[in-house]
Design a protein around this ligand. Structure first.
Ligand code: NAD
Length: 345
């Protein structure tokens, strides 16, 4: 089968592309390199030992998308292309709405005109806003407290609407919690442009001596050690969920003995959390990183950041039930693989 991966040069997309190629499928990646570079395509080519079909394009460029869809036929689209920094979205909301929402509408319109109606969409746990209860299941009320989350919510609404209004769409929306780590080869991993937004790339930069210490925002939360608790999920587990989600919409991408044909999704819009279901505090993550990698991570406590919550972790029963996806890798592997990628790159 052949899959289009918009945003496929980014952190998550490159790992999904690897798994699909490794399972014997073809991929076409499009990316405008706004938060990645040609390096990740080169790295994937090195890992696979073959050329990857790639277009440096923007998902808002309808003419270019039409050209790509004319040249290739796709079984499904795995749509990851988005700007994803919460703090940047507060400073540049218009850019976020234009890129994420208008870009997605453009992609959907080209998919529609070529009759490609299978879609796996990358959403985020940010759509739950401040948790009202834990663990967070998919029925948890939705709210947005920043423009990035608002773009994710708007896109989810659009996907739901088109799947209700038009025949044939099979859309799986995956709400990721906190993906971390890298492929075991150390050849692909998280390599954002500029100052990283997420915790793990910061930890790795401190371990490497690029930063003197890490700031921990808040040590007086009502958690195990006072620092914020999140649901970290290994990138390879998270990537595998996309292959199982493709199985779920009827494309047999990988063999999975537990999946019965009766569990294949009907057309429509289907939402799943993607996490481990377990919380891990910032201090626990730092200590594990130090232990498994035998490095020191100096840290300083700073005041809480507005909008941050004490704890956030997923209820993951729905994906386990629907397409038998369960995260198998622990925090140790997340930390060792992230460091392995850094020291090899
Ligand atoms: N990493 C996380 O913590 C996280 C958590 C929840 C959801 N997500 C979502 O998962 C998806 C992938 O995230 P990631 O961590 O790999 O981010 P990333 O920034 O590494 O990857 C996104 C890729 O999309 C590309 N892109 C952005 N706008 C584009 C456009 N208009 N046209 C073409 N390419 C474009 C970027 O250059 C980048 O390579 C995003 O939609 C993000 O919102 C990520």
């Amino acid at each position: 089968m052949n899959f289009l991966i918009p945003g496929g040069a980014g952190y998550i997309g490159i790992h999904i592309a690897f798994l699909l190629l490794d399972s014997g499928h073809d991929v076409v990646i499009i990316d405008n390199f706004s938060n990645s570079s040609s390096e990740s395509i080169d790295d994937l080519e090195n890992l696979m030992g073959r050329k990857i079909t790639f277009y440096q394009s923007n998902i808002s460029d309808e003419t270019e998308l039409n050209r790509i869809f004319t040249k290739h036929s796709f079984d499904a689209v795995i749509h990851l292309a988005a700007l994803k920094s919460v703090s940047e979205s507060i400073l540049k909301p218009n850019e976020y709405f234009k890129n994420n929402c208008n870009g997605t509408s453009c992609l959907l319109s080209v998919m529609r005109s070529f009759g490609v109606k299978n879609l796996i969409y990358s959403s985020s746990a940010t759509v739950y806003g401040i948790p009202r209860y834990l663990p967070i299941d998919e029925k948890h009320p939705l709210s947005s407290n920043n423009p990035y989350a608002e773009t994710k919510l708007k896109i989810e609404e659009e996907l739901r609407s088109i799947s209700e209004a038009e025949d044939g769409w099979k859309i799986v929306c995956l709400r990721y919690f906190n993906p971390v780590g890298a492929h075991e080869s150390g050849l692909i991993g998280e390599n954002p442009r500029g100052i990283p937004n997420n915790l793990m790339p910061h930890i790795v930069n401190v371990a490497n001596g690029e930063l003197p210490h890490i700031n921990i925002y808040g040590n007086d939360y009502d958690t195990i050690d006072g620092t914020g608790v999140r649901d970290y999920v290994h990138i390879m587990d998270l990537s595998e969920s996309h292959l199982l989600a493709l199985n779920y919409i009827g494309l047999k991408v990988i063999n999975h003995e537990d999946i019965e044909l009766s569990s294949i999704a009907k057309a429509g819009f289907h939402i799943f959390n993607i996490g481990t279901g377990k919380g891990c505090s910032v201090l626990e993550l730092i200590r594990t990183f130090e232990e498994v990698n035998n490095v020191k991570i100096p840290y300083k406590f700073a005041s809480r950041r507005p909008g941050d919550v004490a704890s956030c972790y997923a209820d993951v029963h729905r994906s386990a039930q629907a397409f038998k996806w369960i995260a198998t890798k622990g925090v140790e592997e997340m930390c060792s693989s992230a460091w392995n990628f850094k020291i090899r790159s």
